[in-house]
Design a protein around this ligand. Sequence first.
Ligand code: AMP
Length: 301
Amino acid sequence: MSILVVGTVAFDSIETPSGSAERVLGGSASYFAVAASFFAPVRVVGVVGEDFPQEYIDLFTQRGIDLQGLKRERGETFHWRGRYHEDLNVRDTLELHLNVLTGFVPRLPEAYRDAEYVFLGNIDPEMQLEVLSQLRCFRLVACDTMDHWIQGSVEALRKVLPRIETLVINDSEARLLSGDHNIVRAARSILKMGPKTVLIKRGEYGVLQFSDSSVFAVPAYPLEEVFDPTGAGDSFAGGFLGQLARSRDSGQGGLRRAIVYGSVVASFTVEDFGLKRLSSLSLADIEERYQRFVELTDFHT
Ligand code: AMP
């Protein structure tokens, strides 16, 4: 039950009200892979430049993450610079350098083509389509995207959506994609674009899950201090798909438990800059907070 992820492996430069960090390891595939690796084996498809340090490669390999599909190309690694507002749900992209990602065509190593659980991380939808076309069989494909791609590559994105099971997207992106400000109507119109389930991330307000037959809501784990929200969404997706792969249960109950695991992993990510907190975590820490989460939301009618 291995998990395949395609996405960015990046240098992130981040400013939040709590501090700043320069060129730390980031990117959608990085957060997803580390988060999912607590639950199941993970394989990464992506690209880095000549400047990508060994210490970051080691961080992945220490977690048993398979990097056969991570290409090193001539040039510089993808670099994102962002700044968060006092309201941490709002951030501005100050710089976006695609660098080696420009023109990158993902090629799945032969062994990756039978991956059971697939995450098409936040990346050019054309690359997401390329990955889909190389998969032989799979149980579940989830996908993320962001404003940059909704604004610039919506046609390719509309081709991805009918081919996936679950879209993981944040609330402002759901509004942008659907053209509807109301989040419930936005989710309904995205469901009509193809995915069976839409998971709407609402930062500190938690997650809403929509399918044709149900709606499910979980809060975010209440934290006294959020240092850096970067990667919360990708860590959520990693915990979610990781738990689905571990349990092999994609029924309604299994999906709901996986959403809570995703929320738990994301709550750790935001406690420090970059991948610092996630890389010092154990599965026991995750299970313990999962139990606290269960108590937090325990409610009998
Ligand atoms: P999240 O906070 O989970 O939405 O994801 C943050 C990650 O997305 C950062 O680590 C960035 O490196 C990465 N990122 C930012 N902009 C883009 C983009 N346009 N395409 C792909 N990845 C991006």
